[in-house]
Structure formats: structure tokens, C-alpha cells
Write a protein that binds this ligand. Structure first.
Ligand code: CP3
Length: 350
């Protein structure tokens, strides 16, 4: 290792010539409510969105899981819904119910979204990035993130989660020009947001398209692949060496087109993607990340270790980042996360 160039395990997964002994790992939603120390910290802010705009609290929340599990990466502590909030849409997190947004129902509401508010409003997030970057040990990478355009548009039109996105999907079919205005504004907001995160110390970017799996093929191309490719181009123009991980959850066979056509460096796999298929069809196109079932991480037992080992041998060790297929669930025992971490660290390729 050359002086001043710490070896970051996570960065080695992106097209490096050296084959690592074990794959790097981190966990979707690795910070949050399953940790008692997060629950205590969370009480220092009146509501979740206020928490997201307190840099000192965000830095501490991002560091908490690393102290326990020594992942190869920290992820910025924030939320994908700070973008609609920054654009002037009313956003609140109702305790026990998740996010509530004043839904966008027509072209006028979309036209009122104000990109000029973005940077000043998100200043506390950039301060959290800088603070987290400064606090990390040299071997730990910092991941920044944003929601992808389609998933943000879905929350902004529906007003809440827990739907199958019927209103958003209907608007995309019935009023594609109006919907395209919304998506275009989101591409711009997301690109600016993640480029500023990079300026403040983010080393890898993940784009969360949690609801990509709701779209049929042609709509997937129009509203997932196209806008994601536009965001990736903007990131690459700004910072060519920062890897981008795309997570089109539920995309199924469309994962291959997504990996080929968006320009992402890695694809995040949900738990439904067969590992052997991903190895053959996706690894030639991109680094892969995933995909242990988050319900198994919650359930524990012998199957937890068996499945972790199965995924490691199917997808590792090179061009692979171990992760869950979706976020750590709130009532997951932290010991289960520790067991996954120990299994990965002890693993040797056959
Ligand atoms: O370690 C981390 O990943 C923490 C940072 C983080 C949060 N949200 C914190 C959070 C990240 C990367 C997210 C992403 C996010 N937010 C996504 C994409 C990933 C996914 O799960 O599909 C989405 C869809 C959201 C929107 C969101 N935020 C919802 C639907 C909810 C309510 C459901 C829930 O899990 O509570 C949130 C709230 C939220 N975001 C919490 C945390 C820690 C819980 C709120 C609290 O602590 O009071």
C-alpha cells in the first residue's frame, strides 16, 4: 500500500484488477431504529425531518453502526424525501405512519416546484457529509445518496408509501408531457444534490429506485433508465472517478438493460434476484451488490449463516459488495447483523 493512499475495501469492488480476499460489505439502512443508541439519539429532535437537518445528529447516527459492525462503508444519514422538501412540497414524517406529502395532482403543482431553493435548503445535509467524512477512519468509504427520479416522483404524486403507485403510473400514461416536466426537474435536483455531496466528501453515490419494479418494460425505459442515465452523466461530468450504484428494486429481468444502459458502475440486487443468474448476466456488465433477504436478517437462525455463505460463493469475491436486498427492518436484533458481518469476515473463496 502506498503512503497516503489508504486501501478502501469498498472502492476495490469497482473494476479493480486485484481480487480481494473477501468482498466489502455494508447494509441498506444500517443506521436507524433497530439500534437502541439510534432510538436514544432520535429523541434529541422533535421529528424525523428536523433530525435530518441537524448535522451533528446525522454524523453521530451514521457512525453508530460502524462502531458495532466495522462495515467497509458509512452511508450519509439523511432521507430521500429531503429533495421534495427542498423543492417546496410539504413533507412530514408522522410517527408510526411514515412520510406524508401534500400530493402533487396537476401541472400547476409541478410547475411550482422551485429549484432555486435547493442548495440553501440542503446546506445542513452538506455539513453532515463533511462532518461524517472527517470522522471516518481511512479504510472506510463514505456513500452519499439520493432517491432516483421515478421513486421520488411516486412519493410526490401519491403523498405516502404503501400504495402500488397507481396515481403516479396513471399520470405517466395519461399526461406524459406533464410527468416529464416533473422527472426533468427531479433529474436536475438530484444531480445538483449528489454533486454537492461529492464536493463535501462523498466517495460513492447510491441512487435508490425503490419502486422501479412497478413499471412495465416500456415505462421502465422511459422513467427509470432514461432519467437515471441523465443523472449518471451529470455525476460523471462532475466527478468521473466516483462510482455510482443504482438500486432498481424489483426490476427483475430488466436489471440487465438497467446495468447496460444507465452507465452505473454497480447494481444493487433485491432479494428476489437469483445469484447464479446475476453472476452470469450482470457481473460482466457491472459490479453487483446484495442481496440477503432483510426478513432473514430479522429472523436469524441457521439459515442466516447458510444464505450468507451461499451468496458469498455465488457472487464473490471480486466485483461484489455484500449487502441486504432491502433495508434493515426496525425490529432486527443487532446480533443478527453482527453474525452476518462475522461470517463475511471469516469467509475464504473456495
Ligand atoms: O443507514 C441508513 O441507510 C440511513 C439513511 C437512510 C434513511 N432513509 C433514514 C431513515 C436512507 C438511505 C434512507 C432512504 C430511503 N428513505 C428510501 C430508499 C430505501 C428504501 O428503503 O427503499 C426510502 C423509500 C425512504 C423514504 C422513507 N423514509 C420512508 C418510506 C420512511 C418510513 C418508513 C420507515 O422505514 O420508517 C422513512 C423514514 C426513515 N428514513 C427513518 C430512517 C432512520 C425512520 C424514521 C425515524 O427514525 O423516526
Amino acid at each position: 500500500m502506498s503512503a497516503g493512499a489508504p486501501l478502501k475495501g469498498l472502492l476495490a469492488a469497482f473494476g479493480s484488477a486485484t481480487i480481494p480476499e473477501r468482498p466489502p460489505f455494508w447494509f441498506l439502512r444500517q443506521a436507524g431504529r433497530y439500534l437502541p443508541e439510534y432510538q436514544r439519539l432520535r429523541r434529541e429532535a422533535p421529528d424525523f425531518l428536523s433530525f435530518c437537518y441537524e448535522p451533528a445528529l446525522c454524523v453521530e447516527a451514521a457512525l453508530q453502526p460502524l462502531r458495532r459492525f466495522r462495515m467497509d462503508a458509512a452511508i450519509l444519514f439523511s432521507d430521500i424525501l429531503v429533495i421534495p422538501d427542498a423543492l417546496g412540497q410539504r413533507v412530514a414524517f408522522v410517527e408510526g405512519h411514515g412520510p406524508r406529502l401534500e400530493p402533487l395532482r396537476d401541472a400547476d403543482a409541478i410547475a411550482a416546484l422551485d429549484l432555486d431553493r435547493l442548495d440553501a435548503h440542503l446546506e445542513p445535509v452538506y455539513a453532515a457529509v463533511a462532518g461524517t467524512a472527517a470522522a471516518l477512519p481511512p479504510q472506510t468509504a463514505l456513500i452519499g445518496f439520493a432517491g432516483a427520479p421515478w421513486t421520488l416522483a411516486l412519493y410526490m404524486i401519491e403523498g405516502h408509501g404503501g400504495t402500488a403507485g397507481e396515481r403516479a403510473r396513471a399520470m405517466a400514461w395519461r399526461a406524459p408531457e406533464t410527468f416529464a416536466v416533473l422527472i426533468g426537474r427531479l433529474v436536475e435536483a438530484i444531480a445538483r444534490f449528489v454533486c454537492r455531496q461529492i464536493d463535501h466528501g462523498v466517495e460513492v453515490v447510491q441512487l435508490f429506485d425503490s419502486w422501479a419494479g412497478l413499471l412495465p418494460e416500456s415505462q421502465f425505459r422511459t422513467w427509470v433508465i432514461g432519467p437515471t442515465a441523465a443523472v449518471v452523466r451529470r455525476i460523471k461530468d462532475h466527478a468521473p472517478d466516483v462510482p455510482v450504484i443504482g438500486f432498481p428494486r424489483g426490476a427483475g429481468a430488466a436489471y440487465a438493460a438497467y446495468a447496460r444502459e444507465t452507465g452505473v458502475d454497480a447494481v444493487g440486487l433485491d432479494a428476489g434476484v437469483p445469484a447464479v443468474w446475476a453472476r452470469a448476466a450482470l457481473k460482466p456488465l457491472a459490479t453487483v451488490q446484495g442481496n440477503l433477504d432483510n426478513l432473514l436478517a430479522q429472523a436469524g437462525g441457521d439459515a442466516l449463516e447458510d444464505e450468507t455463505l451461499r451468496i458469498l460463493s455465488a457472487l464473490g469475491p471480486e466485483r461484489f459488495i455484500f449487502n441486504l436486498g432491502h433495508g434493515v427492518l426496525p425490529d432486527t436484533p443487532p446480533e443478527h447483523i453482527a453474525r452476518i458481518a462475522e461470517t463475511i469476515m471469516a469467509w475464504k473463496p473456495a
